[in-house]
Design a protein around this ligand. Structure first.
Ligand code: SF4
Ligand code: SF4
Length: 95
């Protein structure tokens, strides 16, 4: 069963650095990622926006495997701050 935490996006977004609403699920980020990370941001960021905290925690390893190289970010047609979002999620998980 999936548990939804409606306050999750507020908790993650406290630093005002989480920005994923503009994502149009085009897949460019996954295609250029040197780590082959398919989950970020198309699914994982969506989990955050939907308050699916358990799903985000279940994928902590993926969040920590990101190199923060920004290859995805510079190629994103929607200007999503992907690396900054990953940093914000890491901070939240660490807490
Ligand atoms: S490249 Fe940008 S718009 Fe496309 S799926 Fe990735 S984050 Fe979303
Ligand atoms: S910042 Fe992370 S998700 Fe983006 S291309 Fe680099 S390793 Fe992949």
């Amino acid at each position: 069963m999936v548990q939804v935490n409606p306050g999750f996006i507020d908790q993650v977004g406290q630093a005002k650095t989480f920005n994923a609403a503009a994502c149009m699920n085009c897949g460019v980020c996954s295609a250029v990622c040197p780590m082959g990370i398919e989950l970020l941001p198309r699914k994982l960021f969506r989990y955050v926006l939907l308050g699916m905290e358990d799903k985000v925690r279940d994928n902590s390893a993926t969040i920590y495997s990101c190199l923060l190289c920004k290859m995805c970010e510079v190629n994103c047609p929607a200007g999503v701050h992907i690396a900054e979002n990953v940093r914000t999620l890491r901070y939240y998980l660490y807490k």
